[in-house]
Structures are given as structure tokens and as C-alpha cells.
Design a protein around this ligand. Structure first.
Ligand SMILES: Cc1cc2nc3c(=O)[nH]c(=O)nc-3n(C[C@H](O)[C@H](O)[C@H](O)COP(=O)(O)OP(=O)(O)OC[C@H]3O[C@@H](n4cnc5c(N)ncnc54)[C@H](O)[C@@H]3O)c2cc1C
Length: 434
């Protein structure tokens, strides 16, 4: 079948296997050992990290295994989604310490990308809250990994993009949280200097994220809305609501041009907001706003789109973001919405994306001329000591990857030692020379 991930680019002709148990998965690895196969969760990565000629989907490995309510430790299979987990745990007063911008991701995918949320500056990334995991190696054997046991393999697997093996289940730390709502405050920043100053002065806010008008220019470059959030404290823990509307088919790509994007960005920035006034909103609306529109990726047309997400270390984050945004706004290409977040210190996971600094994420409709623009942005990112997020990538060069992920050689060594390099090779890993 033709398979894509969330960006719908690239397309890969794949055989998809959906084992229902660890034993069935091991059987597949034994009887059918193709050199180009990879684990796949919900396919919510944007590019080619979950694409290969043979794909092992974990969607049928979706059981809860055990819950230690005393310690808040939940053990579940890798195919359980954040949506399923939060539906089960929020009414009981528990929440995940880290969630990305969609809940349609699997636990295996969240670990393999070491996803970050709107609280990375305080709480780090997903892998930092994994107590342990069980990994199926290329041999079909299962090894138990944690920060204390098979430590090197653990840090290669968290953020490892499926390249060490298949995570079959994991034990996660949950957090007590006695509300299903979030107290949100919205602040308007008229330009880039203001938004950086606001992030700084609200460093202690548990959650923060800015939606930025990437097509604004001159004195308005970087104008944005900053959303701060804290869990409410009201002892009302409801089951989160399901999605409401869906985009039924791909939009004609010509509808997305510099004028429609500029108009959308401008209307969004100027929307009426009650600045500084606390508003109570559903946690789902705060953490996963795009999930209320099903298949919104179809808005970018049949050829798909690419997300460009970079991080720049603190020391030069502001000038680098200025360069990047200036280059994008002059090109006239850009996103409906762009997201700026503050990140905290890096962790020990070999291919983990976050660095202490700021991350910017933007969507670009796929067209050949976009590739040249993104290559230019890569040069700016590298010049400032930054890097790109593998979970969003579909086109980074091997050179850019190697210069920005200093532990890539350790990853390649561990892959060779465990035999993973003979079996687990995604389109992305082959492009990046891993
Ligand atoms: C709307 C939207 C918002 C997002 N917001 C954020 C965000 O705020 N922060 C963030 O960090 N990310 C974000 N993402 C990216 C997303 O969280 C990651 O790409 C995540 O990995 C997707 O999980 P998945 O189950 O869909 O994995 P897939 O896309 O299926 O796979 C992603 C990678 O994980 C590997 N993998 C999957 N399952 C396993 C397994 N069981 N064992 C080993 N490897 C496995 C795959 O091989 C692949 O390399 C967002 C994505 C979308 C669509």
C-alpha cells in the first residue's frame, strides 16, 4: 500500500504488518527479515521516520498492563495512544508529565521521538518520565531497559526513532492532577523583542507557547500571542471530549498562497483577546487545539506539506529567529500558524532534539521551490549551533544531521552492536546515513 505520515510527503510503497502480541511480532521478525523495516505508531511524525518498505504497526498492541496507584506508575503496551491513556486516567485524577501538541500519538512513538511539550523548560521531555521499557531487538529477543539497566540502549532508544528495535511496552510516571481544565492567560506581543521578553518574565509559568504571524515584517516581525497555562485546582476531573469537525478532502493547493496565508495570520493575531484575564478552558483545548479538526493536514493539498522545526541555543536564539523569520516573510511562503516555545536543558538521550533555547515550528506547503528556502534556513540554524527535529523532518541532508547531532556515531555503533542496522532502516535513517 502507499503509506505516508502526517505531512503526506514523501509517499512510500509499504507492506504493513499489524501484530497482536509480542510473540506474533517476534515471529514476523524471524520469518520475514527484510533489511528495510521500521516500527510505526500512529504515523503522526511529519516526514519519513516511520516509513520503510516493511512497517511493523503497533496499533494492535494497545493494552494497559498494570497501574501502581501509590507511585503513579502505569505500564502499558507501546500502541496505546495518549488519547486512550488520558481518557482512562484523567477522570481518576492523573495526567502525563509531558504531552506533545496532539494526543493521537502512541506511547512507543512518544518515546522514540522523546517528544516535548509546552513545559519543556521545567519538566524536560517524555523520555525523562519513562521508568523502564521493553525493547524487541532484531533477533526477536526482548530486553528490559531503564536509566539503571542496559543504560546505553535505553538512552539510544528514547529519541532513537525506532532505530534500535521495537518498544513493546513501557512503564511511565504519571502526575497527580485534580482537574480536567486549565487556567489560560493570553498575552499579545507586538514583535520579536516583546515575545522573548514575555517568555523570560513568565519563565515560571508551568506551560507556555506562542503562536506567531510568520509573514509579518518590519517592526511587526515576530508579532504573536503567548498562551500561558496552569492546571486548575478544582477537584473536577471529567472525561475529555472527542473531536468535533473534520476536513473531508484535500483542499486545492492554489487556495494556499501568500495572500490567503497573510490574511489568516493577520486575522489570528488581531483576534480579540482578554489580555491577562484568566480563562478556564478544557485541558484538551489547551494542549491539543488542532485535534478538534480531524485531518487538518488535508488543508495543504494533495502533494502534502513539510514542517520545519528547529531549536536555537539561548545565546543566539533572538538574532537567529530574526534572520529566519525575515527570510521566510520575504519569501512569502509560510504557515497558517507558527509556534515558538522555550526549551530547557538537553538530556542524555543520544538523538534527543531539545537544547536549552527556543524552538520554532512552521508548516510549508510542498513545492520544489520550498526545498531551496529550507536549505537556506538550515545554514542559519547551523551557524547558530542549532538543529532540526527528526520527528518533523523529511529532507535534512546527512551533513546537516551529522554536524548538529554530535552523538550520531554512538548511535551508529549501538545499532551495529545490536544488529539493528541489518533490519531497522527507515527512509529517514538511510537518507541521514545512520
Ligand atoms: C498536530 C501535531 C502536533 C505535534 N506536536 C508535537 C509537540 O508539541 N512536540 C513534539 O515533540 N512532537 C509533536 N508532534 C510530533 C509527534 O508527537 C511525534 O512525531 C510522535 O513521535 C508521533 O507518534 P506516533 O505514534 O504517531 O509515531 P510514528 O509517527 O508512527 O513514528 C515516529 C517515530 O517513532 C518510531 N516508533 C513508533 N513506535 C515505535 C515503537 N513501538 N518502538 C520503536 N519506535 C517506534 C517510528 O519508527 C518513527 O521513527 C506533533 C505532531 C502532530 C501531527
Amino acid at each position: 500500500m502507499k503509506l505516508t505520515s502526517w505531512g503526506r510527503y514523501p509517499v512510500c510503497e509499504s507492506t504493513v504488518n499489524r501484530p497482536r502480541s509480542d510473540a506474533a511480532l517476534a515471529g514476523l521478525l524471524h520469518t520475514q527479515p527484510p533489511s528495510s523495516s521500521i516500527a510505526r505508531g500512529m504515523g503522526r511524525s511529519y516526514g519519513d521516520s516511520a516509513l520503510a518498505e516493511h512497517v511493523y504497526s503497533t496499533t494492535a498492541l494497545d493494552q494497559f498492563i498494570a497501574f501502581d496507584e501509590e507511585r503513579g506508575l502505569l505500564r502499558c503496551a507501546a500502541g496505546v495512544t495518549l488519547e486512550t491513556l488520558l481518557h482512562a486516567m484523567m477522570p481518576r485524577g492523573w495526567f502525563l508529565p509531558v504531552v506533545p501538541g496532539t494526543w493521537h500519538v502512541s506511547i512507543g512513538g512518544a518515546i522514540a521521538s522523546d517528544v516535548h511539550g509546552k513545559n519543556h523548560h521545567l519538566d524536560g521531555s517524555f523520555g525523562q518520565h519513562v521508568e523502564s521499557l521493553r525493547l524487541m531487538l532484531a533477533s526477536g529477543d526482548i530486553v528490559h531497559c531503564s536509566a539503571q539497566e542496559n543504560t546505553e540502549l535505553f538512552h539510544a532508544t528514547c529519541a532513537g526513532m525506532g532505530l534500535t528495535g521495537i518498544i513493546v511496552d513501557a512503564t511511565l510516571h504519571l502526575r497527580r492532577n485534580n482537574s480536567s481544565t486549565v487556567m489560560q492567560r493570553t498575552l499579545r506581543a507586538h514583535n520579536l523583542d516583546e515575545i522573548f521578553a514575555l517568555f523570560d518574565s513568565h519563565h515560571n509559568s508551568h506551560y507556555s507557547v506562542a503562536w506567531l504571524d510568520c509573514l509579518a515584517r518590519g517592526n511587526s516581525l515576530g508579532r504573536s500571542l503567548l498562551y500561558l497555562g496552569e492546571h486548575a485546582n478544582d477537584n473536577i476531573c471529567r472525561t475529555p471530549a472527542k473531536r468535533s469537525i473534520s476536513i473531508p478532502f484535500s483542499s486545492p493547493a492554489f487556495l494556499l498562497n501568500r495572500y490567503s496565508m497573510s490574511l489568516f495570520n493577520s486575522l489570528y493575531y488581531h483576534k480579540p483577546v482578554k489580555e491577562l484575564v484568566e480563562q478556564r478552558i478544557e485541558a484538551k483545548q489547551y494542549f491539543f487545539p488542532l485535534d478538534s479538526i480531524g485531518h487538518w493536514n488535508r488543508l495543504y493539498g494533495k502533494r502534502g506539506f513539510m514542517q520545519y522545526q528547529c531549536v536555537i541555543p539561548d545565546a543566539s536564539a533572538q538574532p537567529a529567529m530574526r534572520e529566519i523569520l525575515t527570510r521566510i516573510s520575504t519569501s512569502g511562503k509560510g504557515s497558517f500558524l507558527s509556534v515558538l516555545k522555550k526549551l530547557g536543558p538537553a538530556n542524555r538521550n543520544l538523538l534527543s532534539f531539545p537544547l536549552e533555547g527556543y524552538t520554532l515550528a512552521l508548516d510549508f506547503k510542498f513545492e520544489p521551490s520550498t526545498l531551496a528556502l529550507l536549505d537556506e534556513l538550515d545554514s542559519i540554524v547551523l551557524a547558530h549551533g542549532g538543529r532540526l527535529y527528526l520527528a518533523k523532518d523529511a529532507r535534512m541532508s546527512q551533513e546537516v544531521f551529522r554536524r548538529s547531532y554530535p552523538h550520531w556515531e554512538d548511535m551508529a555503533r549501538i545499532r551495529a552492536e545490536t544488529g539493528a542496522d541489518r533490519l531497522f532502516n527507515s527512509l529517514q535513517s538511510r537518507r541521514l546515513g545512520l
